[in-house]
Ligand binder design. Structure first.
Ligand SMILES: [Mg+2]
Length: 347
C-alpha cells in the first residue's frame, strides 16, 4: 500500500461515558443517560441487554429492569467534546470532524506502523486526560478507517490491511457503506445489489437511475479502491453549539428561558477559552410533539464574546413568536473569528 493511512477516532457511548466519569463504580452495569424522555446513550453492558439509544426510557426499563438511568450532564459533555478535539488537533496534522465526538485524522505517518502507534498513543492520551474510552480505526481510505473503528468498539484499535480491504471491496454489505439513505438502500436491494461486488453486474445507466449519479460514482470508486482518502481539515471551528432539554431527569425541569441562558453562558465561556468571538446566533427550538424544529437566526454587526450581548440576542430570538411547548433547544454561535482579529471592534 502506498497511500497514507487514515485514522478514524470515535468516542464510545460518548454521553454515557462522560456521565460515568463521576460514577466509575457503575461502569460494568447497564447504564443509560436520558434526554427528555428518550435514551440518549447507553453503555455497552446496557447495549448487550438490548437497550438502544432513541428508545423511550420507559421501554428501555421494561427491556432491562436493572438499567440505571442518569441525567445528561450537557455542560460536561460539551466541554469534554471541546477537549477531545483539542487533543485531536494536537495529535494530527489534519482533522476532519464528523460530529462532536468523532473525526478523521491524518497523523502524518507515511507507513502503517507509524499510524498504528499514533492510534494507540491517541487512545491512551484521551483515557488519561479525559477519562473516556475512544476507539480508533486505521485504513487506506476514510471508509476503511471508519469500518475499522466500528469493529474496534468498545475501547479498542483495529486495522484493515491491504488483504482484508481487497476482500471487503467485494463482500462488504451495502448497508455498511455510510451515507446511503433508507429509500436508496431499498432500491439497490431490489435490483440485487446487496454487497459491493454486486454493482459489477448492473449496467451503469441502471445504477445511476436507481441511486443517482453521485452515489453511483461513489459506489464505483469504493468498488475500485479509489474512494475518498483525503482528510480535509477545517481551519478553525466556525461554530459552537450548546443544547439542552426542558424535562429534567434527576434534576428540576427548566423553562426555555433558563435553558437558553445556560446555553449562552456555556457558549461564551467555550468561545473565550478557544480564543474565538461570534458574529451570529442560531436558535433551534424542538417542539414536544416531535414536529419540525423552528429555527431563528440573528447576525451582529461586529464579532463579540460579550455575554450580555448574546443573552439579549437569545432573549429576543426566543420571544420572537409564540412557540408550542418545547422538548428542548439548541443555541449555536456562528461566524466565529479569532479574537486577535476582532480586538479593535471589542474595545
Ligand atoms: Mg461515538
Amino acid at each position: 500500500m502506498t497511500a497514507r493511512p487514515v485514522l478514524h477516532a470515535d468516542a464510545d457511548a460518548f454521553f454515557a461515558s462522560v456521565a460515568l466519569r463521576s460514577r466509575p463504580e457503575l461502569a460494568a452495569v447497564p447504564v443509560a443517560v436520558v434526554a427528555h424522555v428518550y435514551i440518549a446513550s447507553a453503555n455497552y453492558p446496557a447495549r448487550a441487554r438490548g437497550v438502544r439509544s432513541g428508545s423511550l426510557a420507559q421501554d428501555a426499563l421494561r427491556q432491562c429492569p436493572e438499567l440505571i438511568l442518569m441525567d445528561v450532564p450537557r455542560a460536561e459533555v460539551e466541554e469534554v467534546g471541546d477537549a477531545l478535539f483539542d487533543i485531536f488537533h494536537n495529535s494530527a496534522t489534519a482533522v476532519e470532524p464528523g460530529s462532536i465526538e468523532e473525526a478523521f485524522l491524518d497523523v502524518g505517518a507515511t507507513d502503517w506502523a507509524g499510524a498504528i502507534d499514533a492510534g494507540h498513543a491517541l487512545r491512551r492520551r484521551v483515557a488519561r486526560e479525559l477519562g473516556i474510552p475512544i476507539s480508533v480505526g486505521v485504513g487506506s481510505t476514510k471508509l476503511m478507517a471508519k469500518l475499522a473503528s466500528r469493529r474496534a468498539k468498545p475501547d479498542g484499535l483495529s486495522v484493515i490491511d491491504a488483504g482484508e480491504e481487497a476482500g471487503l471491496r467485494t463482500t462488504l454489505p451495502i448497508t455498511d457503506v455510510w451515507g446511503i439513505g433508507a429509500t436508496t438502500l431499498q432500491r439497490l436491494h431490489r435490483i440485487g445489489v446487496l454487497r459491493l461486488g454486486d454493482v459489477d453486474g448492473i449496467p451503469p445507466n441502471e445504477l445511476q437511475h436507481v441511486c443517482g449519479t453521485a452515489m453511483a460514482r461513489r459506489l464505483w470508486r469504493i468498488r475500485d479502491g479509489t474512494d475518498d482518502a483525503v482528510v480535509r481539515p477545517v481551519e478553525q471551528r466556525s461554530s459552537l453549539t450548546a443544547e439542552g432539554s426542558t424535562a429534567g431527569f434527576a434534576r428540576p425541569d427548566k423553562t426555555p428561558g433558563e435553558l437558553a441562558e445556560a446555553c449562552v453562558e456555556r457558549l461564551c465561556k467555550r468561545a473565550e477559552r478557544a480564543g474565538l468571538a461570534g458574529t451570529g446566533m442560531t436558535l433551534t427550538l424542538r417542539p414536544e410533539t416531535g414536529g419540525k424544529a423552528v429555527v431563528r437566526k440573528r447576525t451582529l454587526v461586529a464579532a463579540t464574546t460579550g455575554r450580555a450581548d448574546w443573552l439579549a440576542v437569545a432573549g429576543d430570538l426566543l420571544a420572537g413568536e409564540a412557540v408550542p411547548r418545547l422538548a428542548g433547544l439548541r443555541v449555536t454561535l456562528t461566524g466565529l473569528l479569532p479574537l486577535d482579529r476582532v480586538q479593535h471592534t471589542l474595545f
